[in-house]
Ligand binder design. Structure first.
Ligand code: PSU
Ligand code: MN
Length: 337
């Protein structure tokens, strides 16, 4: 009963104003787009976007076209886009067109200009003036500090195949366990051990729910069905928004993963993509690729093996995820107004 009364005082905005002080009081150190700032402060819908997908996931010039398209999709749904990155050591929340162009510029294969920034890399990047794309973990941290509660992207990092030997588990999972941001994605990347990934999320107390009616399974990035049962389903953006609101209300401090199966026209059947993934994993092992280089290596290999089909699929469902993310952000703002 008391919960209901509390819900009427809009705890989410109170929560935001305290948290946001961390970022908003250092304007010389942090760049928050004025439109994003206004939207956060007035409880208007904002959708955060990551930048590793631009710097390390999707090759030039597709990345730049995608960055612009994602912004337009979010705006067409009535929300404000906020691409998050580190530019010359400065956390940026809401990258400008010039910054997007810079982040998307082609990088020499041997000597990377930009790094992939997860939780462990942020302080180093700030201290050393480094530019890089924030991963899901890195983006969640900055989104949360800026008061943004919905973040949409392609696919989550997770427990890598063979993790029982390498212990390679993406920091994305830890972040979902500790940072209250809703991540909208096509599940976790199919290059991973998906069963272990979702076990891990359960251990960390992360709410996992899949778009659709009750019984729809968790997707597998390129394909619609991972064969793994989704703990919950969200039939509408309003249903997802209600969970995000309750999560804030209870101050759970954990993240939420809202999965969106790729639309049929962009999905690749698992029999087809699994072969390419297996081949890419063998190539990565042979080349002894380790740590943070594995994900970009595998995505690039799969692109080559499928002759560009995986890229087309990836771009298609990322756009779809972002549209769903914007609908959730709009529903959340309505729910709380
Ligand atoms: N999904 C994509 N492309 C990507 C990634 C995900 O379609 O580039 C990135 C995300 O930024 C994710 C990261 O957070 O890969 C995970 O990397 P790692 O496994 O090293 O934690
Ligand atoms: Mn890793």
């Amino acid at each position: 009963m008391p919960l209901l009364r509390v819900s009427r005082v809009r705890p989410a905005s109170r929560l935001r104003s305290t948290l946001s002080r961390t970022l908003y009081t250092f304007p010389d150190r942090v760049q928050i787009d004025p439109e994003v700032r206004d939207a956060v402060n007035s409880n208007k819908p904002v959708v955060a976007l990551e930048s590793t997908i631009l710097t390390h996931g999707i090759p030039y010039p597709h990345n730049l076209a995608l960055a612009h398209d994602l912004n337009s999709i979010i705006r067409s749904e009535g929300a404000v886009p906020a691409t998050i990155a580190l530019v010359k050591g400065r956390p940026v929340v809401g990258a400008t067109d010039a910054e997007l162009e810079y982040l998307c510029s082609p990088q020499p294969a041997s000597d990377e200009k930009f790094i992939k920034i997860s939780r462990r890399d942020i302080a180093y990047a700030v201290a050393n003036g480094v530019t890089g794309g924030t991963t899901i973990a890195g983006t969640m941290i900055l989104a949360h500090l800026a008061g943004i509660r919905v973040f949409a992207t392609g696919g989550l990092g997770g427990v890598h195949r063979g993790a029982e030997h390498t212990l390679d588990v993406s920091a994305d999972l830890e972040e979902l366990g500790r940072t209250p941001v809703a991540v909208v994605s096509a599940g976790a990347k199919a290059i991973l051990d998906l069963a272990k990934t979702f076990e891990y999320l359960e251990t960390k107390g992360v709410h996992v729910s899949t778009y659709g009616e009750k019984g729809v399974n968790i997707p597998a990035f390129y394909s619609r069905d991972s064969g793994i049962k989704s703990p919950f389903n969200w039939p509408t953006p309003e249903a997802a928004a209600a969970v995000i609101h309750a999560n804030s209300l209870l101050k759970l401090q954990s993240g939420m993963l809202f999965c969106v199966p790729p639309p049929p026209e962009f999905a690749i059947p698992s029999e087809e993509i699994d072969e390419a993934i297996d081949e890419a994993v063998i190539a990565a092992n042979e080349a002894q690729i380790k740590g943070k280089d594995i994900t970009p290596f595998l995505l690039d290999r799969i692109l080559q093996i499928t002759d560009g089909k995986s890229l087309k699929s990836n771009i298609g469902f990322v756009k779809n995820n972002i549209r769903m993310g914007a609908k959730i952000a709009v529903a959340l703002a309505n729910h709380e107004s």
